[in-house]
Write a protein that binds this ligand. Structure first.
Ligand code: 3PG
Length: 307
C-alpha cells in the first residue's frame, strides 16, 4: 500500500517524518509531493497511491480519475470543501477529515487578529482593548468553542449562534450566551468570529445586511472560508460605515480593491496561516496517517464525511 502526502503548503518536517513512521510501521510506503505547481504533477504523483493525505489541496474528479488504486482520502484539517465527495463516493473511496486537530492554532489566530485590529495593525496611535467587548461566535464547533474560551479569558462577553445547536445549556455550561438567530448575533457583537464551513447554504451568506447591523466600531474576523463572504456586500458596507473593520486569513477575491479602498480597516494574511503551527501540523498530519492505517487494516470509518 502507498500513502501519498500531497501538500502544496507543506507540513513541518516533524509532521512528515511522523506520517512516514506511521506508514512504515504499518508496512506501507509513503511518498511526499510538496509545493507542487501544477495539477499534472498532482495527477502523476497520485497514479499509484492507495491513500491520499491533503490539506487545502483540491481533490477534484480529475484527480480521482487519475488515481485508479485510491481507497481513502484524508483532509488533514477540518474543512473538506476541497474534496469532490461525489466523485469519491462514485468510486467507493472513503473521504475523511481530522476534526479538532488544528483547532487550537486557528482559535489562537482569531484572537490575535482581534488584538491586531484593536491596536491599529500594530502601528502608532491609540488603540482599544478587547477586554469588556462583546464577542460573537458564529458556529460553535471545535474552533468556535476554543475562541469562546479564550475570549472569556480576555474578559470578553461571549455569545454564540450555531444552526445545529438549539439547547442553550450547551452554551451556558461554557459561560456563553446563546443568540437566537444570526441577525441577533451580528447586531450585538463588537467582534464577530466566523467559524462556518463553506457549503451551498453558507456561501455568500455574510454580506451587507449583517455587516450594517453590527455595532459601531465592529470588526468581522474570518478564519473560516472566503467563500462565505459576499464581497460586494462587504465592500458596500465598509464604504458606508467608516467605523467597520474586516480581517481575514483567507485572501479575498477582491483583496487589492479592499486594501486600496479601506486601508487600515482591512487586512488579509498573505496565505492562510490559521493551521500553520508545528503543533497543528503534527496533530492533523499524524491523525490523518493513523486514520488511513485504521481504515485499510480494520475498516474503521470514524470521521468519514462521504457516504
Ligand atoms: C482547515 O479547514 O482545517 C483549515 O482551513 C486549515 O487549512 P490548511 O490545512 O490549508 O492550512
Amino acid at each position: 500500500m502507498k500513502i501519498l502526502v500531497a501538500t502544496e503548503k507543506p507540513f513541518s518536517k516533524q509532521a512528515t517524518d511522523g506520517i512516514a513512521a506511521i506508514a512504515k510501521e504499518a508496512g506501507y510506503e509513503c511518498a511526499l509531493l510538496e509545493k507542487y505547481t501544477s495539477v499534472d504533477e498532482f495527477k502523476a504523483a497520485v497514479a499509484d497511491a492507495d491513500a491520499l493525505i491533503v490539506r487545502s489541496d483540491k481533490v477534484t474528479a480529475d484527480i480521482i480519475a487519475a488515481a485508479p488504486k485510491l481507497k481513502i482520502v484524508v483532509r488533514a484539517g477540518a474543512g473538506y470543501d476541497n474534496l469532490d465527495l461525489a466523485a469519491c463516493s462514485a468510486r467507493g473511496i472513503v473521504a475523511m477529515n481530522t476534526p479538532g486537530q488544528n483547532s487550537n492554532a486557528v482559535a489562537e489566530l482569531a484572537i490575535a487578529m482581534m488584538i491586531f485590529m484593536a491596536r491599529n495593525q500594530f502601528t502608532p496611535g491609540t488603540g482599544t482593548e478587547i477586554s469588556g467587548k462583546r464577542l460573537g461566535i458564529h458556529a460553535y464547533g471545535n474552533v468556535g468553542r476554543i475562541v469562546a474560551r479564550y475570549g472569556k479569558a480576555f474578559g470578553m462577553e461571549v455569545t454564540a449562534y450555531d444552526p445545529f445547536i438549539t439547547d442553550a445549556a450547551v452554551f451556558e455550561k461554557d459561560g456563553v450566551k446563546m443568540a437566537s438567530s444570526v441577525a441577533e448575533l451580528y447586531k450585538n457583537s463588537d467582534y464577530l468570529s466566523l467559524h462556518i464551513p463553506a457549503t451551498p447554504e453558507t456561501i455568500n451568506s455574510i454580506g451587507y445586511d449583517l455587516l450594517m447591523s453590527m455595532p459601531k466600531g465592529a470588526t468581522l474576523v474570518n478564519t473560516a472560508r472566503k467563500e462565505v463572504i459576499d464581497e460586494a456586500g462587504l465592500a458596500k458596507a465598509l464604504e458606508e460605515r467608516t467605523d467597520l473593520k474586516y480581517i481575514t486569513d483567507i485572501i479575498p477575491a477582491t483583496a487589492s480593491e479592499l486594501a486600496e479602498k479601506f486601508g487600515k480597516r482591512f487586512f488579509t494574511t498573505p496565505k492562510k496561516m490559521g493551521a500553520e503551527t508545528a503543533e497543528a501540523n503534527v496533530n492533523a498530519g499524524l491523525a490523518a496517517a493513523r486514520q488511513i492505517v485504521s481504515y485499510l487494516k480494520d475498516g474503521v470509518t470514524k470521521f468519514q464525511v462521504n457516504k
